[in-house]
Ligand binder design. Structure first.
Ligand code: HEC
Ligand code: HEC
Length: 246
């Protein structure tokens, strides 16, 4: 066979092979990407769904299932945030919100980690949650369910519940912070005067900061570091606790 004839035979075979490879490659990467995206976005919806969602309206009425005795009843829709009833540590009345001004006596969501996302969507559409009047899209429910099912991080091993001190590699955390966060938040964590110094938030509520490092800040450009793993987030958090608190 002459070279150019050989090429004619080889090229179609090669083209088919390439085609198969690219179909396989693109479908698998797309599935991974959309799952990672969905879980982190679900985390931001858990934080403040009416800010993260582009269609949802901010509720103007008090949440009917937020306890009358709770401090945030009807307070700027705070009583509609998932975290307000279920906690930044996802453990509700068994976690950091067992007492104090955020106490509601409501259970956490940890029991649904690993659950079928469809079962979580059913809970979100139940009588208690009554969110249907506010214009959430089906994708919002899906993302919330993906977060509840696959996105919850257990922090008991590195956040001490009594002292709130974080165990992590402070030096590694410093490098991460200075290369990933400092452009927006400043080397001292005080650049943005709309929010308290990061050193203060990290000491007051390490669970909240961990949630935001992993999932990002609702409807803001802040990145979600979920893909880098929990130990990286714990190192950053440990370093944040050393930053100035005022
Ligand atoms: C006003 C308080 C309140 C808010 C806000 C709230 N929930 Fe709930 N949630 C409850 C109560 C009470 C229950 C238990 C009774 C029930 O499921 O009807 C519950 C149960 C759950 C459960 C089932 C837990 C289990 O183990 O059975 C999940 C999951 C859940 N909520 C997720 C969410 C998500 C996600 C959000 C935000 C979109 C949210 N909740 C907002 C009060 C709240
Ligand atoms: C692209 C810019 C950007 C980057 C990078 C960024 N953030 Fe943010 N961050 C923001 C914005 C914007 C807000 C919301 C500020 C506001 O509400 O006024 C925010 C909010 C926060 C908050 C919430 C503070 C509060 O009390 O509301 C924390 C904590 C935080 N960032 C930590 C971090 C950490 C840690 C990193 C690095 C892993 C990081 N951010 C990277 C832009 C950024």
């Amino acid at each position: 066979m002459k070279l150019n004839e050989k090429r004619k035979v080889l090229i179609p075979g090669f083209a088919i092979l390439l085609g198969v490879c690219s179909v396989v490659a693109s479908s698998s990467t797309m599935a991974d990407e959309s799952e990672a995206y969905s879980i982190a976005r679900g985390g931001r919806l858990y934080d403040k769904w009416f800010k993260e969602s582009t269609t949802a309206k901010t509720p103007a009425v008090a949440h009917p299932y937020y306890p009358e005795s709770g401090k945030y009843k009807g307070n700027k829709a705070t009583d509609w945030r998932c975290k307000e009833c279920h906690g930044w540590d996802y453990r509700g009345k068994e976690g950091a919100y067992a007492s104090g001004k955020h106490h509601t006596g409501i259970k956490g969501i940890a029991g649904m980690a690993g659950a079928d996302p469809a079962a979580v969507v059913a809970v979100l559409k139940n009588q208690t949650h009554t969110m249907s009047a506010f214009g959430l899209e089906e994708q919002d429910y899906q993302d919330l369910a993906m977060f509840v099912s696959k996105g919850q991080v257990r922090s008991e091993a590195f956040i001490d519940s009594g002292s709130k001190k974080v165990t992590g590699d402070v030096n590694a955390g410093k490098s991460y912070f200075e290369t990933v966060c400092a452009n927006c938040h400043g080397l001292d964590g005080k650049e943005d005067d709309q929010i308290p110094p990061l050193g203060k938030v990290a000491n007051d509520n390490p669970w909240e900061v961990l949630h935001k490092i992993i999932n990002g800040q609702p409807n803001e450009e802040m990145p979600a570091l979920r893909a880098f793993g929990v130990p990286v987030a714990a190192d950053i958090l440990a370093y944040l606790q050393t930053l100035p608190q005022e």
